[in-house]
Ligand binder design. Structure first.
Ligand SMILES: Nc1ncnc2c1ncn2[C@@H]1O[C@H](COP(=O)(O)OP(=O)(O)OP(=O)(O)O)[C@@H](O)[C@H]1O
Length: 308
């Protein structure tokens, strides 16, 4: 049973940057020219936002991850791809602290995870979405998105929903920020709908909104386009890119649709049988013989049947 993203989508107060909203939010469907463009008008920083060194993880006798190194630059969109069972989910679960690796180090902006209890990851600015939808079907879209801030405010979420006591001001603030993210992701028209009544593609976008509302510095997306039509996938890719560009969020995603991944990502790591077999720009990876041998042969199993 996946954890709901609100459980870890909580940030330090410093993550909230009112000036970002004050600048006004653009239509998310007008991404900047070229996805490698810098987030804030400067070059993408070279110091890693996330660094994995020699990660190993086994389940009983099954080696899920073996000696994985991964470096993710600040502001980068970084994809992890590979055939079924390659270790992608295991790796994202290691990054998000759901799994503790048997070996190796995970560092977020230089801070070793081993020194940070899992529940504090959110306070470091990590948020994620899940492969399977984890929205509250009986809550409105707005309230679902507001849960992305639930642990950031002093009153509890029930207090905010009910609008009682000290919660009233926080509730106003939370809902206002949720509204701004809804506008950014072009979801304002469905803000009062119950999440469970939305079509699948929109629900995936609401999940993105919930993960994004606290402006995480690291956003982990677990198959954000799974089950979408090709039109919905392109739209989602544009939203992810726009979110990176606007909020300077570093994005790590796993996704089966290789065609979408290649168009969206700055760099791509390829896993096979728990090992990293290639790592580079989409062009480099596309032309890597080991990737072609290990992955191209199963590319027709991808959701859209696209090769790499
Ligand atoms: N909780 C678990 N218990 C036992 N084995 C596991 C567990 N999670 C993953 N594995 C095993 O670890 C290996 C890697 O699995 P993982 O789910 O990380 O791959 P994946 O690339 O995400 O696959 P898929 O694309 O099918 O989701 C597989 O052999 C899998 O069976």
């Amino acid at each position: 049973m996946p954890l709901p993203s609100y459980a870890i989508g909580v940030m330090e107060a410093s993550v909230y940057a009112p000036e970002v909203f004050a600048r006004g939010l653009p239509s998310a469907l007008q991404p900047s020219e070229g996805h490698t463009a810098p987030v804030t008008g400067t070059a993408v920083a070279t110091s890693p936002m996330l660094s994995l060194q020699a990660i190993g993880l086994s389940f009983g006798g099954v080696v899920a991850l073996a000696d994985i190194d991964l470096s993710v630059r600040s502001g980068e969109i970084r994809a992890i791809i590979g055939p079924n069972g390659a270790g992608k989910s295991s790796l994202i679960n290691v990054i998000s602290g759901v799994y503790r690796p048997d070996r190796g180090q995970v560092q977020l902006a230089g801070i070793d995870y081993a020194q940070v209890p899992t529940q504090r990851l959110a306070h470091l600015g990590v948020a994620r979405t899940f492969q399977n939808l984890a929205l509250f079907k009986g809550l409105s879209v707005l309230d679902n998105v507001a849960t992305g801030l639930a642990y950031k405010v002093r009153s509890n979420f029930a207090g905010q929903v009910l609008g009682i006591g000290r919660s009233r001001g926080e509730r106003r603030e939370t809902r206002s920020r949720a509204d701004q993210i809804l506008e950014f992701l072009d979801l304002t028209a469905v803000r009062d709908r119950l999440a469970g009544t939305l079509p699948y593609g929109l629900r995936k976008r609401v999940e993105l909104a919930r993960a994004l509302v606290a402006e995480p510095r690291l956003l982990l997306l677990d198959e954000p386009m799974a089950g979408m039509t090709s039109g919905e996938k392109s739209e989602m890719a544009a939203f992810v890119r726009a979110a990176r560009d606007r909020f300077a969020t570093t994005v790590v995603l796993i996704e089966h649709d290789v065609g979408v991944v290649m168009g969206l990502s700055d760099r791509v790591a390829v896993l096979d049988h728990g090992r990293k077999i290639a790592d580079g720009t989409p062009d480099e990876v596309r032309n890597d013989q080991r990737v072609i041998d290990a992955y191209l042969g199963v590319a027709s199993d991808n959701e859209d049947g696209a090769g790499i």
